[in-house]
Design a binder for this molecule. Structure first.
Ligand SMILES: [Zn+2]
Length: 264
């Protein structure tokens, strides 16, 4: 028999699909959830953004780039301008030592490859696929200890590098990785910095990336169901040990994946 308490716990653990939205946290690297009059196209910084309906209300969901300046900002929904404020948030600095120095200071012959891979990933991040309705209630892609390292300003072997654009989840090599939501595999490869990598398009500008894999078990253009296995945790590319680097991109802005996990 199910008592009242069990029912409450079950509902909290399995939110009804479509009723859970990303967490509103309008900081650089965060998300702004903005109510709009009706479900229509919306634009931020010249880029189309995700719009969805939740409990019969329409919302625009804006990915705010880590490079965004705090202060007044706006979206355009249909004909209407809607202002919102990007709040200031300062990320900590993290020092890391990478043993393979070539992964910090690539050789001239590596640069062509790095540029090619960057173009491949960027074109995946810029997709806006309207044939898939995104499920923004992600399940964690791997079981393991989640670090709160998103956005950290990184110093590698004493040299400043780009801020950390995802969440690192520590797990033993070989741990299965699953798709956090339905989507299509839009890029994969063995990249110089990211190692064995998969990019999944979840629709409407929501794209996720999985790096440093040991094995990739999906193919380009595969349609994935939420929870299906895509590969296993490894330590390929630039790493200090086995882990999954999981990134979430919305309207081509890399944002904190934790905002898409309802159990955070
Ligand atoms: Zn990482």
């Amino acid at each position: 028999m199910i008592n009242k308490l069990t029912l409450v716990i079950v509902m909290a653990t399995y939110p009804i699909m479509g009723l859970t939205m990303p967490i509103h946290n309008p900081v650089p690297g965060g998300v702004a959830v903005i109510p709009i009059d009706m479900l229509e196209n919306a634009i931020f910084n010249g880029t189309r953004i995700l719009t969805l309906k939740n409990n019969s209300r329409a919302y625009a969901i804006v990915g705010i780039p880590l490079s965004a300046k705090p202060g007044n900002s706006e979206i355009i929904a249909g004909e209407r301008k809607i202002g919102f404020t990007i709040k200031k948030y300062t990320y900590e600095t993290q020092h890391l030592t990478i043993k393979n120095r070539r992964k910090v200071n690539p050789l001239p012959e590596d640069l062509k490859r790095i540029t090619r891979e960057r173009i491949e990933m960027n074109s995946a991040f810029r997709r806006f696929t309207t044939s898939i309705v995104p499920d923004t209630n992600f399940i964690p892609p791997v079981k393991g200890r989640r670090s709160s390292s998103f956005g950290l300003r990184r110093i590698l072997n004493g040299q400043p590098r780009n801020p950390h654009s995802g969440m690192d989840i520590a797990a033993p090599e070989g741990t299965p990785i699953i798709a956090p939501a339905n989507g299509i595999v839009v890029a994969l490869g063995n990249y110089f910095f990211n190692g064995k990598t998969i990019l999944i398009d979840h629709g409407y500008g929501l794209v996720t990336i999985y790096c440093h894999l040991e094995n990739i078990t999906v193919h380009l253009d595969d349609r994935l169901n939420k929870g299906s296995i895509i590969g296993s945790v490894g330590q390929t590319g630039r790493v200090t040990g086995p882990h999954l680097h999981w990134g979430v991109s919305l309207n081509n802005a890399r944002i904190d994946p934790g905002l898409f996990l309802s159990d955070e």
